[in-house]
Design a protein around this ligand. Structure first.
Ligand SMILES: N[C@@H](CCC(=O)N[C@@H](CS)C(=O)NCC(=O)O)C(=O)O
Length: 205
């Protein structure tokens, strides 16, 4: 019998989106029972903490009650479950995918912290400037890597970078990232056509 998997989920979280993109790509969406969970840095969620003491989403609960987090682990678990190819097993393809995975996640971590700072009554100017510098450098580097991204197979690296750019559209629309990274924007437009990306576009709610 196939086991049911419960996912602490939100339509707004880019890390949850990574998991959902993988689930769509791997044909596992029907196996996931999504539970809407609110994870806010300033309000630990007691119900969520039963499954993940860090109070973070995504968190996956298996039928025997065992849990898996974070998105890095859940995506690889789903890939194993489906016998997928989102995590190349060896060689240069493996390191390229893992590097882009880490790059995309690090990009997201910076964006989330930047947004938190921006929302404070008195954002710290030095922090705001540091985030802006890192994000601008990240976009410039990814723009240089756009040709390599175009040539590479669709992997967890692609998923992470595409979700980070999707988060820029969701929470940093005014930043205008496409003007700063036009080659990356062309790559993103193509990747965004995939049904897995279309089905997981972030929405407030
Ligand atoms: N490294 C984690 C990051 C997950 C994360 O920070 N999720 C956010 C939602 S977008 C969260 O749960 N924030 C609540 C908190 O930090 O307390 C992953 O890849 O899953």
């Amino acid at each position: 019998m196939t086991q049911q998997l419960t996912l602490h989920w939100s339509p707004r979280s880019p890390y949850v989106r990574k998991v959902m993109v993988c689930a769509h790509e791997l044909g596992l969406v029907d196996r996931l029972h999504k539970v809407r969970s609110v994870a806010a840095m300033l309000k630990p969620n007691a119900a969520l903490m039963q499954d993940n003491p860090l109070s973070k989403i995504p968190t996956l609960v298996r039928e025997d009650g065992s849990t898996l987090f974070d998105s890095v682990v859940i995506c690889e678990y789903l890939n194993d479950l489906a016998g997928g190819s989102l995590f190349p097993a060896s060689g240069e393809a493996k390191w390229q995918a893992l590097r882009w995975h880490a790059f995309g996640d690090g990009f997201l971590d910076a964006l989330i912290l930047w947004r938190n700072e921006r929302e404070r009554e008195q954002p710290l100017p030095a922090l705001m400037e540091a985030f802006e510098t890192k994000v601008a450098a990240t976009l410039a580097r990814l723009d240089e890597e756009a040709a390599a991204l175009e040539k590479a197979p669709f992997t967890i690296g692609t998923v992470a970078i595409a979700c980070a750019l999707g988060y820029m559209d969701f929470r940093f629309e005014a930043y205008g990232w496409r003007e700063r990274a036009p080659r990356l924007a062309r790559w993103h437009a193509v990747v965004s056509e995939r049904p897995s990306m279309q089905a997981t576009v972030a929405v407030d709610g």
